[in-house]
Design a protein around this ligand. Structure first.
Ligand code: AMP
Ligand code: GLY
Length: 423
């Protein structure tokens, strides 16, 4: 099977590594990829958001399957354009990708189908925002969310109603551009968070693991939100009882609801949940694997993902489950000092292994590029290292041993990933 993988971050390196181990693969092409992915795939210089260019590339190369890493091309209609050329895409069409691209759509959808989530309202102007916030219906500390795609920057957790008003009005006045034209105001939930992954062909659903991520930049969950500074898998709290409930109350009704609305979902559904005292509730849906959750999940896989990706994309997911090894996995993101603000690009990296697997650790490139002295740090999140271990301590020490062995000036990372699983 010839496969085109779309994207160029750590998630896509993890997917490339997993796909490249499949006996069914004949050639892997990645667009645009990165230096790590370049060791596993032929790179094509087409941007991950260039939907027309990606479609032409897939057709010109005659690939059997396109696997979309990030959400942006899906929201922009990559799967739709590929379908016109009869090329299966792992990743939903734009009308289902709305689940991630529009929080307003996602909240309304959950309302229509009785899927548990926080109580909410949508506002489009400052006056409506003030009215909603002063009504008290969403509590003293409501959550404010830009409806549109905002690269992880669109959620605010203000400490009091005045701050909530400032955050909502700031979005409505264009603080995040079009993403904040509509604003979701919702009640604040509490409980542990859990990320749940499921693969579907539009009808059948198979569970594809759980994880937890660390969104804040600094230790003890201080500092600004980032794309993710680390993760662990399996997620804590994913007991059989909880997962049965998640499947029955959230994942299956979501896939069935989408189908009933003519928005057949082919790809991986990522449900970001809060395990509240009233049961699991949806914080957000994503229409792709998480980054860095994919870097944590892929090393734990104990089966060939490619037939599942192809089956989901072609509308006939094979029977059977996704199998995982019993080991724990801990992923630590090595970032550039300054991230998620400004940072230096083009700093040479020392100690970077050539292969993904190095003993009990796995090294995935995220924001790297080729430079005159070898691979350079060129992004906010530069490298993801994953440690695998029989228990959490083993996985954490494998990850940090590897994290310490890769160095560059301005490397920055959190030291407390997975502490929660151990203390
Ligand atoms: P989201 O992008 O919607 O997942 O939100 C980012 C983070 O904000 C989540 O991981 C939660 O930690 C937090 N969050 C979002 N919605 C809520 C909510 N209704 N109640 C409490 N925390 C929330
Ligand atoms: N790590 C969070 C995400 O990928 O959305």
């Amino acid at each position: 099977m010839r496969v085109l993988l779309v994207g160029g971050g750590g998630r896509e390196h993890a997917l490339a590594w997993s796909i490249s181990r499949s006996p069914e693969l004949t050639e892997l092409i990645a667009a645009p990829g990165n230096p790590g992915i370049g060791r596993l795939a032929r790179l094509a210089p087409v941007g991950a958001e260039d939907v027309g260019g990606l479609t032409d590339l897939a057709a010109g190369e005659g690939v059997d399957l396109v696997v979309a890493g990030p959400e942006a091309p899906l929201a922009a209609g990559l799967a739709d354009q590929l379908a016109e050329r009869n090329i299966p895409c792992f990743g939903p069409r734009a009308d289902a990708a709305l689940l991630e691209a529009s929080k307003e759509f996602a909240k309304d959808f959950m309302g229509r189908h009785g899927i548990p989530t926080a109580r909410h309202t949508v506002v489009r102007d400052a006056e409506a925002a003030r009215r909603a916030l002063r009504s008290g219906d969403y509590g003293e500390q409501p959550v404010i969310k830009a409806s549109g795609l905002a690269a992880g920057k669109g959620v605010f957790l203000p400490g009091d109603p005045d701050a909530a008003e400032r955050d909502a009005v700031g979005l409505l006045e264009g603080g995040l551009g079009d993403a904040g034209k509509a604003v979701v105001i919702e009640e604040r939930l509490s409980g542990p968070e859990l990320s749940v992954f499921a693969i579907s062909d539009g009808t059948r659903v198979v569970a594809c693991g759980t994880a937890q991520d660390y969104k804040r930049r600094f230790e003890d969950d201080e500092g600004p939100n980032t794309g993710g500074m680390g993760s662990l898998s399996p997620g804590l709290g994913d007991s059989e009882a909880t997962m049965n409930r998640v499947r029955r109350e959230i994942v299956e009704p979501t896939i069935a609801g989408l189908r009933a609305e003519g928005r057949e979902y082919r790809g991986v559904l990522y449900a970001g949940l809060m395990l509240t005292a009233d049961g699991p509730k949806v914080l957000e849906f994503n229409v792709r694997f998480g980054d860095p959750e994919a870097q944590t999940l892929m090393p734990r896989l104990d089966c060939d993902l490619l037939p599942l990706f192809f089956g989901a994309a072609a509308g006939r997911l094979p029977e059977g489950a996704v199998r995982f090894r019993s080991e724990r996995a801990v992923t630590v993101i090595l970032a550039s000092d300054g991230y998620p603000g400004a940072y230096r690009k083009g700093v040479p990296i020392q100690g970077l292994p050539d292969a993904v697997e190095t003993g009990d650790a796995f090294v995935f490139h995220a924001g790297t590029r080729a430079g005159p002295e070898g691979v350079e740090a060129a992004g906010g999140r530069v490298i993801a290292v994953t440690g695998l271990g029989a228990d959490w301590e083993g996985a954490r020490s494998a990850a940090y041993r590897c994290a310490d062995s890769i160095t560059w000036e301005k490397k920055a990372f959190r030291r407390d990933i997975a502490n929660i699983a151990i203390q």
